[in-house]
Design a binder for this molecule. Structure first.
Ligand SMILES: [Zn+2]
Length: 254
């Protein structure tokens, strides 16, 4: 299938176009970090000022093909808004479930990385092994596997599991990062993924592992949450990644 441009900048608010550009950039960043799974998995963002509408990738696009105008706009009932576009139904289930359960969340990123699936499949989940994990452990939750997310009933169980966490490990399936903004979601996703990579690498040595002391995990976790309670969480890292895309001549803004 050919990648279709569905939206025109002149026919939407500046805020929607800016969100489209940033979400397309997030797809490009995930591609750059090699965290894709062919054309599967999905990243989304709520449209500013339109609480029941969100943007998601067109089904079949590689992440390095996604642009601001190729994103599909959906409502929470699965209706395509504006120009017609195909979307992944499991993606709709997961992302609409997030936005329905969490009015504070404006961006969600779901990945199927080897490391996140490997850690999500471990009974004890994410362990306090690395400094990176300190940025995740106080904000992590688990969601049990119910099969591919094609049954809308899963929105209810997912909604219950994500009530108080922004870094979710989906058992046997992957990761789900949430945030109030795209930069915040990126930061949550980044630290969750890297923590999982480190855990698998450490476990693969077969050596006896040293966990960080509980008090260190607790104190640093609280500091992390304090920073996240500020609205600019992740902005520094995000801006740096967008500059990198721009230096490389990426066309994500088209
Ligand atoms: Zn998935």
């Amino acid at each position: 299938m050919a990648v279709t441009k569905l939206a025109e900048k002149s026919k939407m608010s500046d805020a929607e176009w800016e969100t489209r550009c940033n979400l397309a950039a997030l797809y490009r960043v995930v591609h750059k970090l090699k965290w894709t799974d062919l054309v599967y998995t999905h990243l989304s963002a709520r449209v500013p000022g339109e609480d029941n509408h969100f943007l998601i990738n067109q089904y079949g696009e590689m992440f390095d093909e996604v642009t601001a105008s190729s994103l599909v706009k959906l409502d929470l009932d699965g209706n395509v808004i504006g120009a017609d576009g195909e979307f992944n139904f499991a993606g709709f289930t997961i992302h609409s479930g997030c936005y329905m359960a969490r009015p504070d969340v404006n961006c969600a990123a779901h990945l199927h990385t080897t490391a996140s699936i490997a850690v999500a499949s471990q009974k004890d989940g994410l362990l306090p092994l690395s400094q990176h994990s300190l940025y995740v452990l106080s904000d992590v939750a688990y969601h049990d596997y119910e099969g591919p997310a094609v049954d809308l009933d899963e929105r209810e169980s997912l909604g219950r599991d994500i009530t108080e966490a922004n870094c979710i490990l989906l058992r046997n399936h992957g990761s789900l990062a949430l945030g109030r903004t795209i930069p915040e979601t990126f930061r949550n996703m980044y630290y969750m993924e890297v923590s999982c990579q480190i855990q698998i690498a450490a476990q693969s040595t077969g050596a006896e592992l040293i966990m960080m002391p509980d008090e260190v995990v607790e104190v640093t976790g609280e500091r992390k949450m304090e920073r996240f309670r500020k609205n600019d969480a992740g902005q520094l890292e995000w801006d740096a990644m967008v500059r990198k895309l721009d230096r490389e001549g990426s066309d994500f803004r088209t």
